[in-house]
Design a protein around this ligand. Structure first.
Ligand code: PMV
Length: 340
């Protein structure tokens, strides 16, 4: 039996990816930039054995069924295809943060799974190749393979290889991403949401046309460590993403009353002289980006916002890491995990 375990952290997009190119494999319609977060993680263990008679998937301590299991098995099929093996797999994936809270976990899950499964299958992949593989499970997972500030280009039609890359390491800038968990309802999956938006939102072509420019503003602000420029670009990217969603038919409303209240609260904080900026993804929770020195003040204010039930503090984190492997000498070769 060949077995490997890997850990990865979620990431939050500073410049959003939203929408896929019409292609066979998942390719993003726009470039994106994210921050990998320390403080929350997914650990995935994958074992391949000729003795297993079928694939088995355990997610957060339960045997997975239906769409969740199918998605993991489809991913494992891709790993088997790349490795040229046929053995069935046992996959165990656990988050150390509550999935029930609706926090996006597919990025950390597929990044950890890509690293563990490729290793257990006997593939010796570079970090870029792990990222390209992770993209097959979830496009944002390609970014969680790397630590710190990570960028991912838009795809070109029928392109076969597309990997994220690190723009700057976690210690480049001591920022804080504060996650404000709100009482909002369970959101529609990003996969279904993107499809509806690209098919029905009249603003979708405008989003695809203008997102690269906002991404470049955010990228440049990260390199220059210009917090105001980064915050403004990040807020605009989120506003543009939610605008294109609101214009879909029927409207796709991810923002909750709590997350909109956070948006207003952060604007008020800035008027009072504290720099903190808003973003939100395909769910009801809000996120605030701030500087390490302003963390306590911003956390206190977020806790006072009606609808916010909990605030989590995340600093920049490392990339996916291999925890352990056990492979026979014939297939087991030593390789470095992606660097933080
Ligand atoms: O790749 P997915 O399905 O996790 O989509 C992620 C989309 C957003 O989180 C909303 C934006 C992003 O770039 O992470």
């Amino acid at each position: 039996m060949n077995k490997a375990t890997a850990t990865a952290h979620p990431n939050i997009a500073l410049a959003k990816y939203w929408g896929k190119r019409p292609a066979e494999t998942p390719l993003p319609a726009v470039p994106s930039l994210s921050l990998t977060l320390h403080g929350m993680s997914t650990t995935a263990e994958v074992a391949f054995s000729d003795e297993f008679t079928r694939d088995e998937v355990h997610l957060d301590g339960q045997v997975a069924q239906g769409a969740a299991a199918e998605r993991v098995v489809a991913f494992i099929d891709e790993v088997r295809r790349r490795a040229g093996i046929k053995a069935r797999a046992r996959v165990t994936s656990k988050n150390d943060f509550p999935t029930a809270a609706g926090l996006a976990s597919s990025a950390s899950a597929f990044a950890a799974l890509a690293l563990a499964a490729s290793k257990a299958a006997g593939l010796e992949l570079s970090p870029s190749e792990v990222s390209d593989l992770a993209r097959m499970g979830s496009i944002s997972a390609a970014r969680s393979v790397f630590g710190g500030f990570v960028e991912l280009d838009a795809g070109h039609d029928e392109q076969e290889f597309l990997a994220a890359s690190q723009l700057a390491p976690a210690n480049h800038w001591d920022l804080r991403m504060l996650i404000a968990i709100t009482e909002g309802k369970k959101a529609e999956s990003s996969r279904a949401g993107m499809e509806r938006v690209s098919e029905t939102s009249p603003y979708f072509p405008a989003w695809v046309g203008s997102a690269p420019q906002v991404m470049m503003l955010a990228r440049d602000a990260v390199l220059r460590k210009d917090f105001q420029a980064l915050g403004e670009a990040m807020e605009q990217s989120a506003a543009m993403m939610h605008a294109v969603c609101l214009a879909a038919r029927p409207a796709l409303v991810y923002l909750s009353s709590g997350s909109v209240a956070v948006l207003h609260e952060l604007a008020q904080l800035r008027k009072e002289g504290t720099a903190a900026y808003f973003t939100a993804d395909a769910g009801p929770h809000a996120k605030a980006l701030t500087l390490a020195g302003d963390q306590d003040r911003v956390v206190e204010r977020l806790r006072s916002v009606p609808g916010v039930v909990e605030v989590r503090v995340c600093r920049p984190g490392a990339g996916a890491q291999l925890a352990s492997t056990s492979t026979p000498p014939s297939v087991g070769r030593s390789s470095a995990a992606p660097s933080p």
